[in-house]
Design a protein around this ligand. Structure first.
Ligand code: ZN
Ligand code: FE
Length: 256
């Protein structure tokens, strides 16, 4: 299986997974990069997986259906372009001979879902949309901090070697904030240098790994003593784990 991030729009990636003949894509915010890749690689598009309803994840769907006839799967609790197969937590989707488990991960949007599969003989794959970013997480447009924390806890519990396929190249700015939160985290410094080198060479910083995110992502580390202390410097009243997480998210929103 080949996993490729197709750059799209300003800073989106449309993930393309293929077996050399058949392909699926995730969150096509535009059709052109997908059609180009299918042509270049001589692939047939079998399925389109959608994580949530935002336009930068769905705007390419209609053209792709017209051009390829691919089947669309999406969040059953959100409005995305019809027709699509609605999915809820615990459902499974078969594509490219793989079985994807569907996880409800509300927070960024109310009905956001993620797709997890474990191809035989390969590391697992997670398509997490705008819920988990490398060194960050999505903004809370429709959900509560408690929901987002629970969603991130679910993703954090996946195997450490899971390849984390996020939909945006936000890594460097997320890492800048992460270093402000944990200035003495040495894994974070090392990973920052690695990602800066990748971006200098115009390479994607993704996929990341769950194991890496557990070491560097402040939003997966909000129960660590250093993170709690730093957050309380921003919001002294934050006490419970939900309050700490909410204040951490608010700090990131204001961070320049
Ligand atoms: Zn979004
Ligand atoms: Fe997005």
């Amino acid at each position: 299986m080949k996993l490729t991030p197709l750059p799209a729009l300003t800073d989106n990636y449309i993930w393309l997974l293929d077996d050399g003949q058949q392909a699926l894509v995730v969150d096509p915010g535009e059709s052109y990069p997908v059609l180009r890749a299918l042509l270049d690689k001589n692939l047939t598009l079998q399925a389109i997986l959608v994580t949530h309803h935002h336009h930068d994840h769905v705007d390419g769907i209609h053209e792709l259906i017209d051009e390829t006839g691919a089947v669309v799967y999406g969040p059953g609790r959100e409005n995305i372009p019809e027709p699509f197969e609605p999915l809820v937590d615990g459902d499974q989707v078969g594509a490219l001979g793989l079985v994807f488990d569907i996880l409800d991960v509300p927070g960024h949007t109310a009905g956001h879902i993620a797709y997890f599969a474990h191809p035989q003989g390969e590391d697992p794959i997670l398509f997490c949309g705008d819920t988990l970013f490398s060194a960050g997480c999505g903004r809370l447009f429709e959900g509560t901090p408690a929901q987002m924390l629970a969603s991130l806890d679910r993703l954090a519990a996946l195997p450490g070697n899971t390849r984390v396929c996020c939909t945006h190249e936000y890594t460097l700015s997320n890492l800048r904030f992460a270093r402000a939160v944990e200035p003495s985290n040495s894994a974070l410094k090392l990973h920052s240098a690695h990602c800066e080198d990748l971006r200098t060479r115009q390479l994607p910083t993704l996929p990341s790994l769950i194991a890496t995110e557990l070491e560097i992502n402040p939003f997966l580390r909000s129960r660590k003593q250093d993170v709690i202390a730093a957050v309380q410097g921003f919001e002294p009243g934050a006490r419970s784990e939900t309050e700490i997480f909410a204040a951490l998210r608010e700090w990131k929103n204001q961070f320049k």
